[in-house]
Structures are given as C-alpha cells and as structure tokens.
Design a protein around this ligand. Structure first.
Ligand SMILES: Nc1nc2c(ncn2[C@@H]2O[C@H](COP(=O)(O)OP(=O)(O)OP(=O)(O)O)[C@@H](O)[C@H]2O)c(=O)[nH]1
Ligand SMILES: C[C@H](OP(=O)(O)O)C(=O)O
Length: 199
C-alpha cells in the first residue's frame, strides 16, 4: 500500500511553542515522523514523504510547499493512504486495520475532529483538511461510495497541544516518547489528574 506521510518541515508544531523551543519542536517532530514511518513499514506499507522542504530521510520524498490540502490532493491516487506524521502512538496493528478495512474510503478520526489517517480507493475523493475535516471527509466520501471509520485510540492521538504529551508519556515506547523523556518531561499529578512536568 502506498502511504503518503505529510510533514511540515520548517516551523513544525507551533502549538507546542509554550513547552518546546523551535529547535526542540523540529527534533521532536522528526522523532514522531520516525515512529510513524516505522509503523507504516511494519504494517507492510510503502511510505512516501510529502514534505514542505527537503530533509534528510531514508524514504522517497516529494517536496511541495503548497498548503496541506492542495499538496495532499496532488499526491492522492486511488489505493493511497495518508497517515499524518504526528501520530507517535501508531502501531503496525492500527495501521493494518486501516489497510484491511474493505470500504472505498476509510477514515481514522483524530480527537477534536481532524483526520489523522485515511485510505482512499475512490478516484473522486479529495481531502479538505482543518476545521473539523473528519466530518467533511465522511460526508464527501459517503456521497461517492462506502465509508469506514477506524476506532483507534492510537490513531486518534495526534500530538498537537501540550496536554497531548500526557498520552505520549503514558502509552509511548518509541523515538518520540524517548525524546520527550530525555528532554526531561515527566508525568506529574495535578488536581487529581496526570499532567506534564519538566525537570
Ligand atoms: N506537506 C505538508 N504537511 C503539513 C503541512 N501542515 C501540516 N503538515 C503535516 O500534517 C500533519 C498535521 O499537522 P497539524 O497538526 O495540522 O499542523 P503542524 O504544522 O504539525 O502543527 P501546528 O503548527 O501546531 O498547527 C503533520 O504530519 C504535519 O507535519 C503542510 O502545509 N504541508
Ligand atoms: C490537518 C488537520 O489536523 P488537526 O489540526 O485537526 O490536528 C486535520 O486533520 O484536518
């Protein structure tokens, strides 16, 4: 399965700017990308990076600096999956479930209404990211044919905001979780809940 992995290379993860400086955000994003590429490969997928700028990576790459939706639509062909690079909890099993679902369009929603991964076998399907893209994608795909939805905590957990780092410290075992722990992040109890702290 061809798997397009979009990656914002220049100033990634701006919503983490309150806890990570620009260099740290770049390094952390690369660690998450490494986790995603490994999970895709282990699931039997063939990853292709769709990056906003060239980067050093051991994977076929297209550089396209257009906005996300335009760049993905230009890369989308039938029998293509799109898996975001900020899913460091993704496992081969979760990605296999995406590949194996027998629908024309298969969607893995993110918490908050994004589309963290999708698979399209439908030539007419086009993406429209942001502003609750899952609802838009489900509606569009439903007008064209059959739609499947993957119910997966691991694929639903995209790392956008500081609170998302809690999930990574609880469940993560890969490069991104290691990077975070090496950078001094840890789980702390705050008002009876888990939060992140930094040594
Ligand atoms: N190719 C490409 N990938 C993008 C672009 N914007 C975001 N991405 C990637 O798309 C996925 C989802 O990104 P978002 O969480 O929406 O945005 P982000 O840039 O990572 O983070 P923020 O700056 O906090 O919004 C991640 O894998 C990003 O690396 C873009 O303009 N082009
Ligand atoms: C790309 C965007 O990601 P979010 O900003 O929702 O994490 C989406 O999935 O539509």
């Amino acid at each position: 399965m061809r798997v397009v992995v979009p990656f914002a290379a220049n100033d990634p993860k701006t919503r983490l700017a309150s806890v990570l400086d620009p260099e740290e955000r770049r390094a952390f994003s690369r660690a998450m990308l490494g986790d995603v590429l490994e999970a895709v490969r282990e699931a039997g997928g063939e990853p292709e990076l769709l990056a906003t700028a060239p980067l050093d990576a051991d994977v076929p790459m297209t550089v396209d600096d257009r906005p996300l939706t335009e760049a993905v639509n230009a890369a989308l062909e039938p029998e293509t999956a799109v898996v975001m690079a900020d899913l460091p909890l993704a496992t081969p099993e979760a990605i296999e479930a995406l590949f194996d679902a027998s629908r024309e369009v298969v969607l893995a929603p993110g918490r908050g209404g994004g589309t963290n991964a999708l698979l399209s076998r439908q030539p007419g399907f086009r993406v429209d990211y942001h502003d609750g893209s899952f609802l838009k994608h489900r509606e569009r795909a439903g007008e064209l044919g059959s739609v499947g939805v993957i119910d997966s905590h691991r694929l639903a957990t995209d790392i956008d905001e500081p609170a998302d780092l809690v999930e990574l410290l609880i469940h993560g075992e890969g490069r991104a979780a290691d990077w975070l722990r090496d950078a001094g992040f840890e789980l702390v109890r705050r008002e009876s809940r888990l939060a992140i702290g930094r040594e």
